[in-house]
Design a protein around this ligand. Structure first.
Ligand code: ADP
Length: 240
């Protein structure tokens, strides 16, 4: 059996009286692409925040390669091998594309510096379709291109697990096609990924399995087709 890269064990996050993530457990296996889906406000981003260390769990545990990481500072967790992109892009606007991606080589899991970091950044920019814009200030780039920069930066540390928070949101149909094939390429090369996504075509095309959240609770988990046709999942999406 393939080992779990990430195990979420009874993770809970309360904001005052609101339980945004309510005792959620699931595993992500090596090389698996897991879709994390559910209506708005169901706790998906909060879960990613617990995994990446942006938030500390109220209770429960998160294990990376069997080692507890729940509650550690975000920079430690990044160094252990968790990289992410954000729903609202977070780039360093005063720096150019190459410098932004190089930042990922310094702070992440597998670090490198200087010329090696520059070469890696250029290769990754090429890969995300920005090979001709390495010295463009990121502030002058479109939102979509900034998303590409974020993905390149996340990949720069060769993470053990990559968290994508609605990376495909806002893309036009042509960009969406390119975006889906880029993620598919990452999957084929064996990367372990959790993808929070509303684009159902992408979930169907890309994911090995999915976990469905509703009101902070995991309501379903399993193969994509069976999960999406689960009556409880349909109800959660369509409302009562
Ligand atoms: P999703 O990503 O599924 O849209 P979120 O994880 O963003 O859902 O939010 C889950 C719930 O937690 C929502 O009700 C949201 O308003 C609440 N929430 C998220 N972050 C905070 C916060 N920092 N403080 C208080 N409530 C929050």
């Amino acid at each position: 059996m393939t080992a779990a890269v990430l195990s979420v064990r009874m993770a809970r996050k309360a904001f005052g009286g609101l339980i945004a993530v309510n005792d959620v457990s699931f595993d992500v296996k090596e090389g698996e692409l897991l879709g994390l889906i559910g209506p708005n406000g169901s706790g998906k981003t909060t879960l990613l925040n617990l995994i990446s260390g942006a938030l500390k769990p109220t209770s429960g545990q998160i294990l990376l390669g069997g080692e507890p990481i729940g509650g550690l500072a975000a920079h430690y967790i990044a160094r252990r091998g968790v990289a992410r992109t954000f729903q609202l892009v977070r780039v360093l606007p005063s720096l150019d594309a190459e410098q932004n991606v190089m930042a990922g080589t310094v702070f992440g899991h597998q670090r490198c510096w200087g010329e090696e970091a520059r070469r890696l950044a250029r290769a990754l920019l090429e890969r995300v379709g920005l090979g001709d814009r390495e010295h463009m200030p990121v502030s002058a780039m479109t939102y979509i291109d900034q998303k590409r920069i974020e993905l390149a930066r996340a990949l720069a540390s060769n993470p053990r697990i990559l968290l994508l928070d609605e990376w495909l949101a806002g893309l036009n149909p042509t960009e969406l096609k390119v975006g889906i094939s880029l993620i598919d390429e990452l999957r084929r090369e064996g990367r372990t990924i959790i993808m929070v996504e509303h684009v159902m075509d992408a979930i169907r095309t890309l994911c090995d399995r999915c976990v469905v959240m509703s009101s902070g609770v995991k309501i379903a988990e399993g193969g994509v087709q069976e999960t999406l046709s689960d009556p409880e999942v349909v109800r959660a999406y369509l409302g009562d």
